[in-house]
Design a binder for this molecule. Sequence first.
Ligand SMILES: Nc1nc2c(c(=O)[nH]1)N[C@H]1C(S)=C(S)[C@@H](COP(=O)(O)O)O[C@H]1N2
Ligand SMILES: [Mo]
Length: 334
Amino acid sequence: MSSPNDQRSGAEVPETTTPPAPNTRREFIRSAGLFTATVAGLGGGLELLTRRPGAGSPGVGGAEAQGADAFTLPNRPLGPYDTNEKVTPWAQSTTYNNFYEFGTDKGDPARLAASLKPRPWTVKIDGEVRKPQTVDIDTLQSWFPLEDRIYRMRCVEGWSMVMPWLGFPLGALIRRLEPTGKAKYVQFTALYDPKQFPGQRGRVLDWPYVEGLRLDEALHPLAFMAVGLHGRVLPGQNGAPLRLVVPWKYGFKGIKSIVRITLTAEQPKTTWALAAPDEYGFYANVNPAVPHPRWSQATERRIGELGRRKTLPFNGYAEQVAGLYRGMDLRKFY
Ligand SMILES: Nc1nc2c(c(=O)[nH]1)N[C@H]1C(S)=C(S)[C@@H](COP(=O)(O)O)O[C@H]1N2
Ligand SMILES: [Mo]
């Protein structure tokens, strides 16, 4: 991101990590403490969480060669929001991470993630909503059927991955909270706890990490709250127990380990825009035409691939999201 680790060399991805024994959806629910709630409360959602052997999935073919990873990919036809690109193996998506609460090196989050305790966990919901409340993470999860989403993720540093998330649409959560007429934005706050996050013992960023979206962005069907990855409970290094995923924006918008969601009338402050306002804006839509002040954004390195590929406007989601920004100068609102 800023000086500590931008544009590192190509040799950072460890190749030795053994994936844990693959879970089925059912095991996912049980290990997340969700099984009872799901059976009792979700009805039709249960099918989504249960593997259906034999159901064809064009997107999974490319992943079969990845061994254990293929086993945990969604056993279903691709949905309208999924990419059919080769999924980044678990061994890479869980060991090459940005999560400065653990440290600024890509390997720090995986090395130190055991100090993060994702249960018990509550999320405070406040601001311009008719139903402010503090809710336990398992209760919050039980409100929605879990869905798979295979999304590209493009970091502002110039690398990308393909991530098979498990979670629910952010819009479903927002609507359930009933925003007031004054609500125009959503602010997200990550956990502040230096006992769990060794990186917070230093001041590399202004803690806690905060992020935000415009309300219409948050309601877009692509905006997603992840509680799982590769069919498993979300690992600490990827933002357990709850993280935001906004696939058309640079990765730093995807705030991890969320403890508070606030609906606001004013545009909220966001961590990287505060840290380096000339480098990172509130919008942070992936845009190959707008270079970072210190490097081009025209191309990216897909983790696991040699060479670079072209970066696409809105990270390839222009057809779905460009309408949100009609009339805006995307060079000014970066
Ligand atoms: N709380 C918090 N969330 C965060 C970050 C962080 O440092 N702290 N880093 C961001 C950045 S820069 C990226 S690219 C993504 C990386 O997500 P991943 O490690 O799951 O791939 O998380 C984002 N979310
Ligand atoms: Mo990033």
